[in-house]
Design a protein around this ligand. Structure first.
Ligand SMILES: Cc1cc2nc3c(=O)[nH]c(=O)nc-3n(C[C@H](O)[C@H](O)[C@H](O)COP(=O)(O)OP(=O)(O)OC[C@H]3O[C@@H](n4cnc5c(N)ncnc54)[C@H](O)[C@@H]3O)c2cc1C
Length: 136
């Protein structure tokens, strides 16, 4: 087992996690960020970003359906749902892949792509836990 010292460990690389990790790092802490599935979490990979890309496609379709109001005539418009979905996935990938936002802000923190399980020592006994509530 290797001991590595960090001031802070953030579990989860979604918006909650990466924003906290970047900020802590900017404030001078050494930070470990651990993500076990997709960097960027739900928002960048499945939620906010890809759904807004789909929404944009529907807005464009609406504009195209109404261009005659503005004096244009367009014919032969085809909607390809596979290509619309492909673009949405591409936009999501652009934002999440390579963890571009970290490189961008040059936050010097360590990233490990794996799940975390925490063991806590209580009076000499170790408990492996999946969720923890800490109060102080
Ligand atoms: C369809 C959809 C559309 C949305 N649109 C919007 C929008 O337009 N605007 C908006 O503000 N919000 C939107 N949201 C909500 C937004 O996605 C969430 O609020 C946001 O992702 C929450 O961020 P989070 O970091 O708390 O959690 P998450 O994004 O869920 O990230 C948590 C991360 O932790 C990781 N993780 C969990 N357990 C472990 C472990 N043991 N070890 C390591 N990693 C772990 C997970 O893999 C995950 O990547 C939308 C959500 C959905 C589903």
């Amino acid at each position: 087992m290797t001991d590595i010292d960090y001031d802070l460990m953030v579990i989860g690389g979604g918006p909650g996690g990466y924003v906290a990790a970047i900020r802590a790092s900017q404030l001078g802490m050494s930070v470990a960020l651990v993500e076990d599935k997709h960097l960027g979490g739900i928002c960048l990979n499945w939620g906010c970003i890809p759904t807004k890309a789909l929404l944009r496609a529907s807005e464009i379709r609406h504009i195209l359906d109404n261009v005659d109001e503005f004096g244009f005539t367009i014919s032969g418009i085809k909607m390809d749902i596979n290509n619309i979905t492909k673009r949405s996935r591409k936009v999501a990938l652009q934002l999440s892949s390579g963890f571009a936002f970290i490189t961008f802000c040059k936050a010097p923190f360590f990233l490990r792509k794996s799940g975390v399980r925490i063991s806590i020592e209580v009076s000499g006994e170790y408990f492996l836990i999946s969720k923890m509530v800490a109060t102080k």
